[in-house]
Each structure stands twice: as C-alpha cells, then as structure tokens.
Design a binder for this molecule. Sequence first.
Ligand code: ATP
Length: 369
Amino acid sequence: MAYVELKNISKIYDDGTKAVSNVNIQIKDKEFVVLVGPSGCGKTTTLRMIAGLEEISEGELYIDGKLVNSLSPKDRDIAMVFQNYALYPHMNVYDNIAFGLKLRKFNKDEIDKRVKEVADILGLSESLRKKPKSLSGGQRQRVALGRAIVRNPKVFLFDEPLSNLDAKLRVQMRAEISKLHKKLNATIIYVTHDQVEAMTMGDRIVVMESGLVKQTDSPMKIYQNPVNKFVAGFIGTPSMNFIEGKLNFKDSIVFVSKQSKIDIPIMNEQIRNEKNNNKEVILGIRPENILLNNRKEESGRYFEFKSRVELIEPLGSQMLIHLFFGEQPMIAEISGMESVDRESEISFYIDLTKVHLFYKENGKNLLSL
Ligand code: ATP
C-alpha cells in the first residue's frame, strides 16, 4: 500500500518566490499521476517536496496516512528518477543497479537476486557486465530505472525522465514505463511539461500553472471538459483554436464575433442565464472539430465558413490545415486521405456540439461552473 496526500502544500523559497500555492492532491495506491504544466509552474518543486529534497513551507504531506513533513528523504521509502540520471561511468550495469542496496548494507545474495530480477524486467540481463558508455540512450535510461526499482520503494517519483532522449526513443520508453507500472503495481508520480506524455501515461493528470493546480482528472475528462481556457489550450496538440466574441440571447444563443454570428443551439439550456447575456466570451474549437465535408443533413449542428487554405502539413494519417476564420488564424486537423489544394478557397464546418465557451474575464469554462 502506498497512497500519498498533499494537503494545502505551499513552497516559498528564501528569496520570496512563491513557487507552489495551496496544492491539494490525493494519489491513490498504485495510481499513475502525472503533474504537467509549462516551465516554471512548480512541478519539480512539488515533486522535490514529496521526495523530501525541498522543505515544505506550508501544508501537510502524508504517505500511507502518516505525516512525513519532517522525515528525511531516506526515511520516506521513495525512489526518484531524474532527467539527468548520472550513472557511475566506471561501474558496470550490475554495480550501478546494485549501488543503492550496497550502501544500505543488503547482503550479497539478496542484492544478486534483486539485481537479476530487475534486469530481467527491464531487458538488461544481457548487458549486466557492460559499462554505461557502451549502452544506447534507452538502455542507460533503463539502468537508471533499475536503480530505483531495485530498492522496492513505496512510491516512484519521476522528473522529466525522458526529456534527454530522441523522439523515437521517448515514444518507446513511454510505453515501457506504462507497462512497468502495471508489472510493478507501483504508485508513480511523474513530472513532465509534455502534454502528450501526460495524456498517454497518466491514470490522472494534474495540470498546474503559476504554482496552482488548475485541474485534476483523467486524461480524457480533461480533454473533453477543461475547466478553463488555460487547460483547454495546454492539453491537446495542435492547441484548441480560440475566437473572441460576445454572447447574445435571442430565441437561441448566438455567439457574435467580429467575423460572424454563430448560433449555438446545443448549449441553450446549460448556459441560458441572464448573467451570461452580452457577456464577453471566447469560443474554443479543437482542430479535429473543424471538418471539410458538408454535413447539411443535420441542420444546426455545423457552422459553415469559407477560408483560403494557407498551408497544409501532412502528418500521414492526418493533415493539419492552416486557415483563417475572418482574420483569426486557425488550424483544422483532417484525415490525410482528403485531397485539398493549397491556396484554394473552400468551405469548412465547425461541429457546434463539440465547442467550448470560456469567460473572457477569467478564462473559466461556462459549462463547468
Ligand atoms: P521546469 O519544467 O522548467 O523544470 P517547473 O514547473 O518544474 O519548471 P519549478 O522548477 O518547480 O518549475 O520552479 C517553480 C518556480 O520556482 C519558478 O519560478 C522557479 O524560478 C522558482 N524556483 C525554483 N527553484 C528555486 C530556488 N531554489 N530558489 C528560488 N526560486 C526557485
């Protein structure tokens, strides 16, 4: 069992920087939780406080229900894997993995048993006698993982462990860490600024901005129901498109922007509320919800507009089309099988059942209040 609870945790550095403010996260036993957010949002500071490498300024940290604020890192039963996983260059793989156990005075047989088990899990059995310099980047990263796993800790903390690897290896290691999570049945807290990593690996994602937790939920819930414009724009590639405008209540709800008036009938009941009338809002449209084909058969569901195709980025199965909604640049993601000519003027269709609305004043999603 290993559950972790952060209760109103804050960090104020000596120079007065408030890096983390009132963070509340409950991580269940065996859960894989990813802290994600842009550079400087406080992810690493949060992780280091959990590890005991950084003092907690305010709040309480519990591991398995026990308050651990004043416990030293070695007494927290936690293993951390960093971005810069310095392996000992003069030691072979076996000794690198065994090092922590030797320090903790485990007996030789126990060390040997554990190192071999871990090497087997990580596919390193054939490389135990090799020195780090003769390993590939992915193998080195696995040795770093091995050093953490061999200790059999209650909780694993990962700080951007894949950011030094090339794109292909990152995808491969992403899958390996996910599989490892299942195999080890471990509680994992993983920090990254890469939202694709967060989406693909996490049971739950914690999105942070400026030291605050903005949303905690499963990847798909965050994608489908972002609580605010920041989360909506941060999660998903390419990013959500945004158009500024005002709401206008008539028979239906109309979104009025500089470029056009869009009837958004689907949202009628949820946001029809006097305080929203004439309110300045931002309409959010994910790139995959801008379609190419005429769907007139479902009247009211699609909003048609014309744009010149500025640029096409083929990705294989999908392609990205850069276009303009009035003067507003936008990106549509459509099937790579479609045939579209650059510079041509064509119709696009926004699926109005999938749009999002945010208040301009504070970025909050009108539907998640
Ligand atoms: P990155 O992805 O770039 O590592 P992060 O989200 O992990 O960013 P942190 O490293 O936790 O962010 O930093 C959060 C804030 O705290 C930043 O404004 C940073 O400049 C500040 N900070 C970090 N360490 C210290 C320190 N030792 N003293 C003062 N301020 C610090």
